[in-house]
Write a protein that binds this ligand. Structure first.
Ligand SMILES: C[S@@+](CC[C@H](N)C(=O)[O-])C[C@H]1O[C@@H](n2cnc3c(N)ncnc32)[C@H](O)[C@@H]1O
Length: 209
């Protein structure tokens, strides 16, 4: 059973609209190639169809297009998505306003994906949202496709809503949808501001048979 470690109740997106300026500076300062180095050997060969959920500033979506992929980038917060679209206008990125757990607009595309990226998003969802969200993800994944996701551990930034979720909970939830865990590693953060706070990350990769 997960435990809420935030005093904030409400939306999974709490805090992002207000902090967009600061977040663009911080997220765009990091190179995607460095952020994703530990698990990049699980990424598909190009060209692949990638769904980036909670795409934030679009940093990763743009990087994937530079590698020859097509990316559907989902970001529910207007203040993030409209600015991200201007910063990363690559035609290989399809931007969508949509939100977990149901992702109705993504599902309306009637498309499956070779990889679903959810970097630093899952810990924003409540337990019921995670349960239905995993079913949504499984339905959007092509056979042999992979989910690449990270969940954060440690103090919750002021104004955000986050939950402490163990890797085992996500692995068990994924297994209920036929998703096999290929990778489960918990490490300290490499971002300077998070290292000081002793933030840790669980990185998980799942494959649909
Ligand atoms: C910590 S940021 C990570 C952004 C980006 N993935 C990255 O690694 O730079 C989390 C992002 O998830 C988005 N988000 C929060 N709740 C969401 C939900 N229910 N569905 C989709 N995205 C969500 C936020 O708006 C925010 O842009």
């Amino acid at each position: 059973m997960s435990r809420s470690i935030s005093p904030i109740e409400g939306s999974s997106t709490a805090g992002y609209a207000n902090e967009a300026d600061d977040l663009f500076e911080r997220y765009e300062a990091r190179r995607s190639a460095d952020v994703h180095k530990p698990w990049s050997h699980f990424f598909p060969a190009s060209p692949a169809r990638i769904l980036d959920i909670g795409a934030g500033t679009g940093r990763d979506a743009a990087w994937f297009t530079s590698l020859g992929h097509h990316v559907t980038a989902v970001e529910p917060v207007d203040e993030m998505r409209t600015r991200a679209q201007k910063l990363h206008p690559e035609p290989e990125i399809t931007w969508l306003k949509d939100i977990l757990p149901d992702l109705p607009d993504v599902r309306a595309l009637n498309q499956t994906f070779d990889m679903i990226l959810m970097h630093a998003v899952w810990m924003h969802l409540t337990e019921p949202e995670r349960t239905s969200g995993m079913a949504t993800l499984a339905s959007l994944l092509a056979s042999g496709g992979r989910i690449v996701m990270s969940q954060r551990h440690g103090p919750v930034p002021k104004g955000r809503r986050m939950f402490e979720i163990g890797g085992e909970e996500t692995i068990s939830l994924a297994a209920q949808h036929g998703l096999k865990c290929l990778y489960n590693i918990r490490t300290g953060s490499t971002a300077a501001e998070n290292m000081a706070l002793r933030i840790e990350w669980t990185r998980l990769v799942f494959e649909k048979n």
